[in-house]
Write a protein that binds this ligand. Structure first.
Ligand code: AMP
Length: 190
């Protein structure tokens, strides 16, 4: 199995690139943000709980997120591998992912980070907010908070994967196609 963690701050292009890479490499794409939004739309209990955190740009608690992620992986037992997008975001989530994959005799092959300047992230998210219908993209204060949460709680995971020699940084600025080529080069070299 090839299990990839697509990493980077909000607006780095993880979702866009994961959609392309899943087809190219025949992987299952799991976006925790998308799963939460699906649950909000369908007014499930999980959706109601997640919404209060998402609207403020805060992280949904680990316990809830990890349980949901485990269930998504279990739904795809025959997968050739996964692209995790927006997960893990905390050390507890990274440890839980290691345990889950170990129980399936597999592991994270690489964390690939899309590196994008903060100024560009804010512009991209405000632009996306015009059409995405996402409340957390429409308000600059929420966007700024999401980026701050990324640096405070999530960026530390670079160390976690670097220690395992699994961290790859990729320039996430420029043309979508050029960024895909950069990512694919890393994946093909694994
Ligand atoms: P995203 O679609 O990845 O930008 O995520 C949107 C929002 O969903 C985040 O701001 C969090 O509130 C929540 N979320 C998504 N993934 C996670 C995660 N792994 N841990 C905690 N909260 C998450």
């Amino acid at each position: 199995m090839t299990n990839l963690v697509l990493f980077g701050p909000p607006g780095a292009g993880k979702g866009t690139q994961a959609e392309i890479l899943k087809k190219k490499f025949n992987l299952v794409h799991i976006s925790t943000g998308d799963v939460f939004r699906y649950n909000i739309k369908n007014e499930t209990e999980l959706g109601t709980l997640a919404k209060s955190f998402m609207d403020k740009g805060q992280l949904v608690p680990d316990e809830v997120t990890i349980k949901m992620l485990n269930a998504e992986v279990e739904k795809n037992v025959g997968a050739k591998g996964f692209i995790f997008d927006g997960f893990p975001r905390t050390t507890a989530q990274a440890q839980a992912l290691d345990e889950l994959l170990a129980s399936k005799n597999t592991e994270v092959a690489a964390m690939i980070a899309l590196e994008v300047e903060d100024k560009i992230l804010i512009l991209r998210l405000l632009e996306r907010g015009k059409t995405s219908g996402r409340k957390d993209d429409a308000d600059e204060a929420v966007i700024t908070n999401r980026i701050a949460v990324y640096y405070k709680e999530t960026a530390i995971l670079k160390d976690y994967y670097e220690k395992q020699d699994k961290y790859y940084g990729v320039d996430g600025e420029g043309d979508v196609k050029d960024i895909t080529v950069r990512l694919a080069t890393v994946i093909e070299g694994l």
